[in-house]
Design a protein around this ligand. Structure first.
Ligand code: ATP
Length: 345
């Protein structure tokens, strides 16, 4: 083996994956802190094409996410953007990317870095046992997600692989690798929050680097909703009509502009089962995308289908399983607003 290959094999490297939609100061803080603490020579930052565990389709083209990462990391040669997952396309599995690095570096010197929120469902990752066998893991803190303390706090599938946990909290795995925890000076930010702010034209200065923000503006990466939805009263009718076409029950709309509420308008409807509520919500989101070219800022509750909340900024649509709607009586909250008389066909 040549000296060059030898020294490369001995280099301690990190792999940091994610959607980076867009990359923000929370990511940068994590990268810098981990590189310093664990003395990593290089960290490869790997944006995914598609996260197999996230259903959101709000993800922007890989070329933009790569460009934003390049801008955010350009002054620091220690951090290298790797486009292999974007190039491969389809669902991005960490194991495939890791196998590439294992072929280049010694696997005992490879550290997979992930936030505590991602680690919570690590045992759902494809071939997670092989990952535990091959490489080390660094779990960083993340606001609202707690770092595991006892063995019982670890994801169920990880627990049988734990050999012991030392007094510094370093977890030794039966296969010889480690899991370490890095408590960061947490920065409470997520890409979801940033996308929402951008679409509502709210300030994002403190969350993005200057150049990333400039790139987003110049390339219209996350265009404000109002450009695409110029008239929200019309949009309310569009959503209500779509739900009526699908035979949703109890469709009501409210004008909340005169009261204190999280949105200016609300639409509420229900289905006779959780499955039906899920399907109404999904079909509505698809129709809105087709007609207006916009994704919801967030869509919550879709997995369960009991109460799906689709947030379009000035309009929030609530699709309930009817039984749950009766339990919450959400319309009572809007009594002081104005009910909009819908003319549904
Ligand atoms: P989204 O809101 O779109 O789900 P995100 O902000 O969680 O995105 P990702 O690109 O999915 O960002 O995250 C990549 C990695 O960075 C994950 O391991 C995640 O836990 C971590 N991470 C994201 N935000 C922070 C933060 N504020 N502090 C520390 N780690 C973070």
């Amino acid at each position: 083996m040549s000296k060059e290959v030898d020294s490369k094999k001995a280099t301690k490297i990190g792999i940091f994956g994610g959607s980076f939609n867009p990359v923000h100061v929370g990511h940068l803080n994590s990268l810098r802190a981990v590189a310093k603490r664990e003395k990593l020579k290089k960290i490869f930052v790997v944006p995914n094409a598609q996260n197999p565990l996230k259903t959101s389709d709000n993800i922007v083209d890989g070329k933009h996410r790569l460009a934003m990462l390049e801008l955010a990391l350009k002054d620091d040669p220690q951090f290298v953007v790797d486009d292999q997952e974007i190039k491969r396309g389809g669902k991005s599995y960490a194991i495939e990317t890791l196998r590439y690095y294992i072929s280049k570096y010694s696997s005992e010197n490879i550290y997979l870095i992930l936030g505590a929120d991602s680690f919570e469902n690590f045992d759902q990752w494809k071939n997670f046992e092989e990952i535990l066998q091959e490489v080390n893991i660094i779990v960083t803190s993340r606001p609202k997600a707690v770092l595991p303390y006892d063995k019982e706090d670890f994801p169920k599938g990880v627990q049988p692989h734990i050999k012991d946990i030392d007094f510094k909290g370093v977890v030794k795995l039966k296969g010889g690798r480690t899991i370490r925890f890095a408590q960061l000076d947490d920065i409470d930010v997520s890409s979801t929050q940033i996308r929402k702010n951008l679409k509502l034209k709210k300030n994002v200065d403190q969350f993005l680097t200057f150049e990333v923000e400039k790139y987003i503006k110049e390339n219209d990466v996350f265009p404000p909703l109002e450009v695409k939805i110029p008239d929200f009263r019309e949009f309310v009718h569009f959503c209500a009509q779509n739900l009526a076409d699908k035979k949703a029950l109890g469709i009501k709309a409210f004008d909340l502009t005169q009261i204190v509420a999280p949105s200016e308008y609300a639409v509420v409807a229900s289905g006779t089962s959780t499955k039906q509520a899920q399907s109404f919500a999904e079909q509505l989101a698809r129709k809105v995308k087709e007609e207006y070219g916009v994704d919801a800022l967030t869509m919550e509750g879709l997995e369960e289908g009991r109460w799906v909340v689709i947030d379009y900024g000035s309009l929030i649509v609530h699709v309930f399983y009817d039984f749950v709607r009766n339990e919450y009586r959400i319309e009572d909250l809007w009594k002081t607003g104005k009910e909009i008389q819908l003319k549904l066909k």
